[in-house]
Design a protein around this ligand. Structure first.
Ligand SMILES: [Zn+2]
Length: 274
């Protein structure tokens, strides 16, 4: 009899540990997918205990309805443009008829104006990834402002896309509340992501790794962080497209996704592993 009690206690402990791990795993990626100019940046980035709890309950589907969230997926490509890689990426996206969003570095766009123009011609959406790609959390407020404004000015001089003035993503995902507030004061929505499959880990990540991650952590809606200049990222696109399309997803630009879905639903998407 004692034997059974020990097994029962062990099972309960294992279940509790698994639950605790899930909460830890979730907490580790507790960041909003975006902060709009009208949101309270402090509250969005460091929610109160009540905010955390509400979010965890939503995540578990306990609080509020998450049914009927549109299966939209926005692929966002950071950095560049780069010779060779950017044309290869655009060719792959065009072939698959995937509209995508490109967070370009102002300095690189100036250096390769014909590549920047080609992104626009192919229907790609272009947004602001600063002028020189620094770690913004290490800069003063004035320097952060300059990076964002200069990035915008460089891109605006090359192409005409309203997204340049609307969407900003901090390099390396490094930001502070101050960085986000500066972006807000310039009219920007700071765009992070729902999933980061880690394609920036250059040598170790295979196309299969990337697809498996995006499928496992798929949400609806879904903003996926990817990078220009990575061969594995280009190679995985056909199987990613096939998997998500057969699961009923539609590929859209970030701007289309933002116009179609309430911001709160982007920050609290429904889980839909593909
Ligand atoms: Zn970057």
């Amino acid at each position: 009899m004692k034997h059974w009690r020990a097994i029962a206690i062990a099972l309960v402990c294992a279940a509790l540990a698994a639950g605790a791990f899930r909460i830890f795993e979730h907490t580790a990626r507790l960041q909003p997918a975006l902060v709009t100019p009208k949101m309270d940046a402090q509250q969005a980035l460091s929610p109160s205990l009540a905010g955390h709890l509400k979010r965890l309950l939503r995540e578990q589907g306990i609080y509020g309805s998450r049914a009927g969230r549109p299966k939209l997926i926005a692929l966002t490509f950071d950095d560049g443009p780069y010779p060779v890689f950017t044309p290869l990426l655009l060719d792959a996206l065009e072939k698959l008829k995937i509209p995508a969003t490109f967070f370009l570095i102002g300095h690189d766009a100036q250096h390769w104006p014909e590549l920047t123009a080609r992104i626009e011609q192919s229907g790609g959406e272009i947004a602001n990834h600063t002028q020189t790609h620094p770690d913004l959390d290490r800069l003063t407020g004035t320097q952060v402002r300059r990076e964002i404004v200069d990035g915008r000015t460089s891109l605006d001089a090359l192409v005409k896309d309203p997204a340049i003035d609307l969407y900003f993503r901090p390099p390396h995902g490094r930001y502070t509340v101050g960085v986000v507030k500066t972006a807000q004061s310039l009219g920007y929505t700071t765009v992070l992501w729902n999933d980061d499959p880690g394609d920036w880990r250059t040598s170790s990540v295979t196309p299969q790794d990337i697809v498996a991650h995006v499928r496992r952590f798929a949400t609806a809606p879904d903003i996926v962080l990817l990078h220009s200049g990575k061969l594995a990222t280009i190679e995985m696109l056909p199987s990613l497209a096939a998997a998500f399309r057969s699961a009923g997803y539609r590929f859209v630009t970030l701007g289309s996704l933002m116009r179609a879905v309430p911001y709160d639903d982007v920050n609290h998407p429904a889980k839909h592993p593909v």
